[in-house]
Design a protein around this ligand. Structure first.
Ligand code: NDP
Ligand code: HSE
Length: 404
């Protein structure tokens, strides 16, 4: 089986390495020897063994009938979408790690794959090395999935862990995540939550069977989380994690991405560093959690190679169904209920009575070393109610949601 790899960066070079290092076991499992015939990249790699496979013209790959699988690990929506579509139309299956592409064009590419009797597989696009898509699509088939809550971005989890437990500086630790190959080409996608948003859109599409417009998902990243927020979390015996969630309640679908406070008993509170984890709730299964490396060269390449092996074993069969082009209607986040940690400037004693009137049974928090402000842990209320009440408090300097 001859394949082509598009992009020889962190993931692409990992795919070549995994196929080389585990060649024997992979051949046994796939029932064929998998050979990388071409690697498309913008750069040359003089003096490296890979150079003999490097091409710069995609048509070389497209027009070579020997190539049955194209592995897209370049990133970005274009030209990745054009390249992937052309490959599918030419009867070649495609494996991708590119969540930006899958979230934006997944429904169309899946349809193109189906009508050309090939596959479009993208296990590595969510949760790095965690085989979560295959589990949802092939294993949890007896359940209705009611909720998925995950730490889906390795870069931000790495950063938050270092900041929370080691007092690391935001900019320094972002640079470390980039040097480790965890971050997106533009790390804004990581720190502003856009990457986690695309991943929860993909998961929601899979479990609902319909297309989710990721741009409709409420998304907040970690860039506004401060050392002070972490002190409040510590005073509460909690931690802060960037959570991506989707749930179905009374037939209505909700999805969001935001930093949240988690108690020690929450299974995601102990997911640290570059690790990701996905909690899945099925109506029969109850709760299950999938855990593993969420980013990085070899863990991601492992998931890409697993898709290649699946395709080699079952060529041109519909391995995964995933979702249709019908759009999923998401509910307004303002109707979902939570508790909120609200930080306010001013004198607590002067404001306490009004705060209790407005926010119900509240707990006040005064972390050591924080002056001129205090924290309020509200009772459970909808986001809409919270926003309405918060309007008359110019003293609010930050709010973080609490995950129960
Ligand atoms: P990199 O930037 O390290 O690698 C991308 C490679 O593709 C680079 O070598 C780049 O060349 C090349 N490339 C970009 N555009 C083109 C083009 N038009 N033609 C040919 N080559 C091109 O990215 P990663 O390997 O980190 O990520 C790849 C994809 O995998 C992304 O979609 C990312 O979101 C996803 N992903 C990444 C993970 C990770 O941990 N890094 C984990 C899971 C998914 P050049 O450098 O010259 O621009
Ligand atoms: N930048 C992404 C992350 C890569 O940090 O999770 C894995 O999808």
């Amino acid at each position: 089986m001859k394949i082509a790899v598009l992009g020889y960066g962190t993931v692409g070079s990992g795919v070549v390495e995994v196929l080389e290092r585990n060649q024997e076991i992979i051949s046994q499992r796939a029932g064929d020897v998998i050979e990388v015939k071409y690697v498309l990249d913008l750069r040359d790699f003089p003096g490296q063994k890979i150079q003999e496979k490097i091409v710069h013209d995609y048509d070389v790959i497209l027009n070579d009938e020997e190539i049955e699988i194209v592995v897209e690990v370049m990133g970005g929506v274009e030209p990745a979408n054009t390249f992937v579509k052309k490959a599918l139309l030419a009867g070649k299956s495609v494996v991708s790690s590119n969540k930006a592409l899958v979230a934006k064009c997944g429904a169309d590419l899946l349809k193109t794959a189906r009508s050309n009797h090939v596959n479009f597989l993208f296990e590595a696009s969510v949760g790095g090395g965690i085989p979560i898509l295959r589990a949802l699509e092939s294993s949890l088939t007896g359940d209705e999935i009611e909720a998925v809550t995950g730490i889906l971005n390795g870069t931000t989890n790495y950063m938050m862990t270092k900041m929370f437990y080691e007092g690391a500086d935001y900019e320094e630790v972002l640079k470390e995540a980039q040097a480790n190959g965890y971050a997106e080409a533009d790390p804004t996608a990581d720190v502003e939550g856009y990457d986690a948003c695309r991943k929860i859109a993909i998961l929601t599409s899979i479990i609902s069977g319909k297309m989710v417009d990721f741009e409709e998902i409420y998304t907040e990243g970690i860039s506004k989380i401060t050392v002070e927020d972490m002190k409040y979390a510590q005073a509460l015996g909690m931690t802060i994690k960037l959570l991506a969630e989707c749930k179905k309640e009374d037939g209505k679908w909700y999805a969001s991405v935001a930093p949240c406070l988690l108690g020690q008993e929450h299974p995601l509170s102990s997911v640290h560093d570059v690790f990701n984890a996905v909690c899945v709730r099925g109506n029969m299964l109850g709760d299950a959690m999938f855990y593993g490396s969420g980013a990085g060269k070899l863990p991601t390449a492992s998931a890409v190679v697993a898709d290649i092996v699946a395709e080699v074993k079952n060529p041109h069969t519909d391995i995964m169904n995933f979702w249709t082009e019908e759009k999923l209607q998401l509910e307004d986040r303002l109707t979902s209920s939570k508790r909120f940690l609200v930080r306010m400037t001013g004198v607590q004693a002067e404001m306490a009575e009004k705060i209790r009137e407005d926010f119900g049974e509240v707990t006040f928090i005064n972390p050591e070393g924080i002056q001129g402000e205090f924290g309020v842990l509200t009772s459970v209320m909808t986001e809409g109610e919270y926003e309405e009440k918060a309007k008359v408090y110019p003293q609010i300097c930050h709010m973080i949601r609490v995950e129960e």
